[in-house]
Design a protein around this ligand. Sequence first.
Ligand code: GLU
Length: 374
Amino acid sequence: MHQQVLTACKRVVVKIGSSLVASSNGGLRLDRIGRLAKEFGGLQAQNRQLVLVSSGAIVAGISHLALKTYPHEVPLQQAAAAVGQSRLVRAYEMAFEESGHKIAQILLTHQDLADRRRFLNARHTLTTLLKLGVIPIINENDTVAVEEIRFGDNDSLAGQIAHLVDADLLVILSDVDGLYEKDPHLDPAAKLIPMVSTITKQIENLAGASRTQTSRGGMVTKIQAAKQAGRFGVPTLLLNGETPDALGQALEGNPNGTFFASKQSSLTTRKQWIAFTLRPKGEIMCDEGAVAALVLRGKSLLSSGILNVKGTFLAGDPVSCTTQEGIVFAQGLCNYSAETLQRIKGKQTSEIQQLLGALEYEEVIHRDNLALTP
Ligand code: GLU
């Protein structure tokens, strides 16, 4: 069944891990980049559209700056990324030129995707590049990305890009074959899991907290990315990029990795963006009546159903809605700041008018700006 999904998919986001394109001492693996470019060029010629999310800027910068190890300080990571990104993209450009393909460099932060206008601008640019037959190569804009606005690792970035470009498939290429039933380093007989239909807690636990020498991610971030892509309705395939033609084989219906199925999302693209791209700045605890009105009757959230407000947010910011037990069931754009909400929570519309002098909005979160989350 998932073989058919693979053969049918047209637009594919391919995340390439640092360890594939750079060695741990920082030199770029030009032979590997050359091989991947040749394979990807071949797929592009078969009418597939590829969007690459490539790590490796920091590692490429390490050797050039003669740093001894992967830096832990953020400013040093940013400096290495600034030096390494141009070298990385130059290597891709030279490799793709050999097979007559054009590439484009796109650097993004989470903030770019959290702003609806910038999100749509990036989407237009990417779809235009794809129409022109150009292969976009995306990386996090590490130079400006500080904690609050960064993705942190490129697996997570790739999960969001799958939504941004409306991909049919997310492929994560790394130096492991996929997800194993046990840690293959500890038990060489451990078996590869070819297909995951739902990412359960047990699956998440299998990932362990691995981190490699050359990147910020590990299996945990890969599973997170698969989960994220799945929420957008995009399946994910983990493959070993060290194996020649791993992606080509997979798209022919012979995957040698782990496939994570996805379900069709019932949310519109904008609501998916509200629910799964935006990061909540606060939390609104709803009473039972409000939860039922939102979940079962498709209503907007009114202040009378609010029990508690946490966090600091301004009008228009994303917030999550929880039950009294603290279970998150929705995310939406709030019409009021946290400060104002603290004053009007639990109040009826007539009381709000008195309290605030005027009733700016009847709804605290309008239904059009509210997405129920699984
Ligand atoms: N953006 C970082 C780089 O290009 C990589 C982050 C990661 O390892 O996932 O070096």
